[in-house]
Ligand binder design. Structure first.
Ligand SMILES: Cc1cc2nc3c(=O)[nH]c(=O)nc-3n(C[C@H](O)[C@H](O)[C@H](O)COP(=O)(O)O)c2cc1C
Length: 333
């Protein structure tokens, strides 16, 4: 089955089975690991375990209630944009199985931030929900600020933390918004809006794994100056280095962000750099190529406080989450 179709088929199956009385409890019994030693307190939130589902899987907040049965400690919805958009032309999601990776150029296909509210209001789980926000493709970078502010205001009452996504390689020129003056202005304004709200929400910035050390130094300075709550490292990479998949296949697939095993090393290096250089000044959520419990430990040892999975969840299935949590107890308890 083509990968995008398989995604909808699998999530629809999950929704269907979740409606059968008794099955959600059975799924929880199979996949969830409940243990107080897994609990993590970060930026004012208590995560029941440190393993989350990364952004992009449940962009429109359609399946988070059902996904919560699979043992995650948190689920990040989005990327949501102000207006609904269809994203890039299909096919736009490709498996590269030899490398345990995916290449995607989805392009922020989503139904829009306002549309997600009804489903977020229908929350039937106590799981922590992150809201990942971006700009519409049709919005010029000069006007991007307004898109982020709109999403932040729209979703403020319905998510537990926010992620500013300026690192997706599949929306033209989006990664240029990783530029320091733009981020200082945007994050500063989000912090100001937060102050006007009854319950301020933690704000994190999601960065690309392709930033060099001087750009990472700027990220550290931005966090220090704006006092945002943390960093998510990292998004997909534009690099195609060290792949086993033959060059013609890669060329045929074309543009897109590469995820899974091939991005693991880069993401870990970014986490390690940020953690060491900042002297652990802020929380880091580590993501990129976690396909086993050992891969997750590598991210935590590099300085991550929480981890997220996406491609590893597709390849390995939901048993991965419990396996990671089990290993975390063995290793750190
Ligand atoms: C099909 C697909 C869609 C994605 N969509 C988003 C997105 O909308 N927003 C975002 O911040 N990251 C998105 N990501 C990136 C993931 O959240 C994650 O950062 C990246 O894939 C690295 O983790 P992984 O190797 O575990 O997949 C997407 C990844 C994939 C594979």
């Amino acid at each position: 089955m083509p990968p995008e179709k398989a995604h909808y088929f699998a999530t629809d199956c999950l929704s269907f089975f979740s409606k059968i009385p008794g099955l959600p409890a059975l799924m929880k019994g199979m996949f969830e690991l409940k243990d107080p030693r897994l609990e993590r307190k970060l930026f004012g939130l208590t995560f029941k375990n440190p393993v989350g589902l990364a952004a992009g899987f449940d962009k429109d907040a359609r399946w988070y209630n059902e996904l919560a049965h699979l043992g995650f400690g948190f689920i990040e919805i989005g990327t949501l944009t102000p207006k609904a958009q269809i994203g890039n032309a299909k096919p736009r999601l490709f498996r590269i199985t030899e490398d345990n990776g995916l290449i995607n150029r989805m392009g922020f296909n989503n139904l829009g931030a306002e549309d997600a509210i009804a489903r977020l209001k229908n929350k039937k789980t106590d799981i922590i929900i992150g809201g990942n926000i971006g700009k519409n493709t049709a919005t010029a970078n000069e006007d991007a600020l307004a898109d982020y502010l709109f999403n932040f205001n729209t979703l403020h009452d319905y998510v537990d933390y926010f992620v500013v996504n300026v690192s997706c390689p599949n929306v033209k020129d989006l990664t240029k918004l990783q530029d320091t003056p733009f981020l200082l202005n945007l994050l500063g304004q989000l912090k100001e809006i937060n102050k006007t709200k009854e319950k301020p929400k933690p704000i994190l910035l999601k960065i690309a794994p392709d930033l060099n050390s001087s750009q990472l130094d700027e990220v550290i300075a931005i966090v220090a100056q704006t006092k945002i709550d943390g960093i998510i490292a990292a998004n997909t990479t534009t690099s195609r280095e060290h792949l086993k998949t033959d060059e013609q296949t890669i060329a045929r697939i074309g543009n897109g962000g590469l995820s899974g095993k091939p991005v693991a090393k880069k993401a870990t290096e970014v986490i390690k750099y940020l953690s060491e250089k900042s002297n652990k000044a802020f929380p880091i959520i580590g993501v990129g190529g976690i396909h086993s419990a050992e891969d997750a430990i590598e991210k935590l040892d590099a300085g991550a406080d929480l981890v997220q999975v996406y491609t590893g969840f597709i390849y390995e299935g939901p048993a991965l989450i419990k396996a990671i949590n089990k290993k975390i107890i063995e290793r750190y308890a």
